[in-house]
Design a protein. Structure first.
Length: 566
């Protein structure tokens, strides 16, 4: 007797070609397993068991007396339930023979789909839209789009497994980069904390997208992103986007963003989203890159009681949590215009530079929305919970260290060098710095620790004598424009190559200004010039808001500051 088609099933002839081919392969496999009427593919062991059942069911059907006790006795002999014996007997009476008694594989019948026709059509449309895009989005985008459309049409939302099954039926690989990322058996596992801020992982990656400059909207290449990730709750505590390669500065800024509330940063970016996770971590997991071994990072962490732990060499699984998240973030970025994908093979003929349209500011805003607006409120498949809810629930019962001076907390992780105070201030990188309070706070000849931000050398930071904060020390010549550490080193290299062994401060700034003019002239031609111009500290805003300064009257006598020696 033929099996009646269940409600909600879709006939195999109406399924896509890829699904029909998968069904054909399954039928071929099932023929070798023995559930079909053709016994040529049935193993001898399964066929012998079916013959024994046939003999027992024959005597059961031909026997006399009440059927119930005889079914119970046969069930105890066969070590199955009485319901199974009755099911065998029904099959045997409908179609006497051995073929109906061969053990069948569990599962739905061939061609059966548990989704309704409306759900199937909706999933098919979303997969077609996903496959037609030139920028490849992750599978999670298909799941989210299906959920959005189903809710709009009052249809049950299909599971991720249903979407993956239909992709597999179409012959589309669901493995990341076509590779199985499951760790080998017996591989050591990374530490698993149970409380927030117990272990925070920090790592960098080159973002898979081309960005454009603010002025000409021309491509500047790919930026770097540094991410701080809480392992216990799977929330992102902070990130730093930069055109410069990873350095101790980017690590320190990411750690500073992780330890401080995000309200001011979100307001500065013009974002109206909630990003609650923050706090000083107890342990920071890092790899063995040079920027993670900087003295400034070590001293800053010691000051706030943060312990640094480095991954054992050859054990990438110790950073698996943040590596997995960075991969997830990059797959989301693959759907943006200007993406480079993960490698040239995946990119193919896609014109990344021609399609690029996002600036650094816009990309930072998009990443903030992706983290705080989407990722934190999505069900995490490894955590089996929503990261934002896990954080709120766990941090409610945990004390966090309060940072009363956010500015100092940020400066504490900047690079530092030791300099000696003179009556004219001190020199850092051939640039003279001076402030009238220096000689009041420190005697001449005192060696102090000077911290600086490589992105803007217009001022440096010297710790005050009472250790309560930092003194901002500007250029001794306030007419100097802000420059970066990279511009300073480039100017020094240029002058050294010209034969100047001891270049002066005036020559440094003159060379930097000349290099900037060359970069501005070639900004439309070369990507490197656009990147260098974009790194300048506040040059775009300064050009818009600068006012003409009054000329200095050198005929008037100069009035010295208090504490200044002439």
């Amino acid at each position: 007797m033929g099996r009646r088609r269940q409600s909600g099933a879709v006939h195999i002839s109406r399924l896509p070609k890829g699904i029909r081919k998968a069904a054909a392969r399954r039928i071929e496999k099932l023929q070798q397993g023995g559930p079909t009427s053709d016994l040529m593919f049935t193993p001898e062991k399964a066929l012998a068991k079916a013959r024994q059942r046939e003999v027992l069911l024959h005597y059961l059907d031909e026997g006399t007396g009440p059927l119930g006790p005889r079914v119970e006795r046969l069930a105890s002999v066969c070590r199955v339930s009485s319901r199974t014996i009755r099911r065998w007997l029904g099959r045997y009476r409908d179609n006497p023979g051995v073929s109906v008694l061969v053990s069948q594989h569990p599962g739905p019948p061939i061609g059966h789909r548990r989704l309704s026709i409306g759900q199937e059509n909706l999933v098919t449309d979303v997969i077609d839209l996903w496959a037609a895009r030139t920028e490849r989005l992750p599978i999670s985008w298909i799941v989210e789009e299906c959920a959005r459309r189903c809710k709009a049409t009052d249809l049950p939302v299909p599971s991720r497994g249903a979407v993956v099954a239909r992709l597999r039926d179409r012959g589309i690989s669901t493995l990341r980069d076509g590779r199985d990322v499951t760790p080998p058996p017996g591989a050591p596992r990374s530490p698993r904390p149970t409380r927030p801020l117990e272990i925070v992982q920090i790592d960098h990656t080159l973002v898979d997208i081309m960005v454009v400059d603010e002025v000409q909207r021309e491509s500047m290449g790919r930026p770097w992103v540094t991410v701080a990730f809480d392992v216990a709750t799977r929330v992102v505590l902070g990130f730093v986007l930069s055109l410069s390669p990873p350095s101790a500065t980017s690590v320190g800024l990411a750690l500073a963003m992780a330890g401080l509330p995000k309200d001011q940063w979100l307001k500065k970016q013009g974002l109206k989203i909630r990003w609650a996770p923050y706090g000083i971590p107890k342990v920071v997991h890092l790899d063995n890159a040079a920027e993670f071994h900087s003295l400034a990072l070590k001293r800053g962490c010691e000051h706030y009681g943060i312990r640094l732990e480095y991954r054992p060499p050859g054990r990438p699984q110790y950073g698996g949590h943040i590596e997995r998240y960075l991969g997830t973030l990059m797959r989301r970025i693959h759907g943006l215009p200007g993406t480079t994908m993960s490698n040239p093979v995946q990119r193919g003929k896609y014109p990344s530079e021609a399609k690029a349209s996002m600036t650094m500011v816009e990309l930072a805003q998009w990443i903030a929305h992706e983290i705080a607006g989407r990722y934190h409120h999505q069900l995490h498949r490894g955590l089996h919970a929503v990261p934002a809810k896990v954080w709120d629930r766990a941090i409610k019962h945990q004390r966090r260290a309060f940072i009363d001076n956010p500015t100092r907390f940020t400066i504490d992780f900047l690079p530092a060098e030791t300099r000696r105070i003179t009556k004219n201030g001190f020199q850092l990188g051939l640039i003279r710095y001076w402030d009238p309070l220096l000689n009041q706070m420190f005697p001449v000849g005192t060696r102090v620790l000077v911290r600086y931000d490589p992105r803007d050398l217009s001022k440096v930071f010297v710790p005050s004598t009472d250790r309560s904060g930092y003194l901002d020390v500007p250029y001794a010549d306030l007419r100097r424009p802000p420059i970066t550490r990279a511009e300073l080193e480039r100017a020094r290299t240029t002058l050294t190559q010209k034969g100047e062994r001891h270049p002066t401060e005036d020559r440094i700034f003159a060379t930097t200004a000349a290099q900037r003019r060359i970069e501005d002239a070639s900004r439309q031609r070369t990507r490197k010039s656009r990147r260098n111009a974009e790194r300048r500290p506040g040059m775009v805003n300064a050009a818009k808001t600068s006012r003409p300064k009054a000329a200095v009257d050198y005929s008037r006598p100069a009035i010295p500051y208090e504490g200044e020696e002439w």
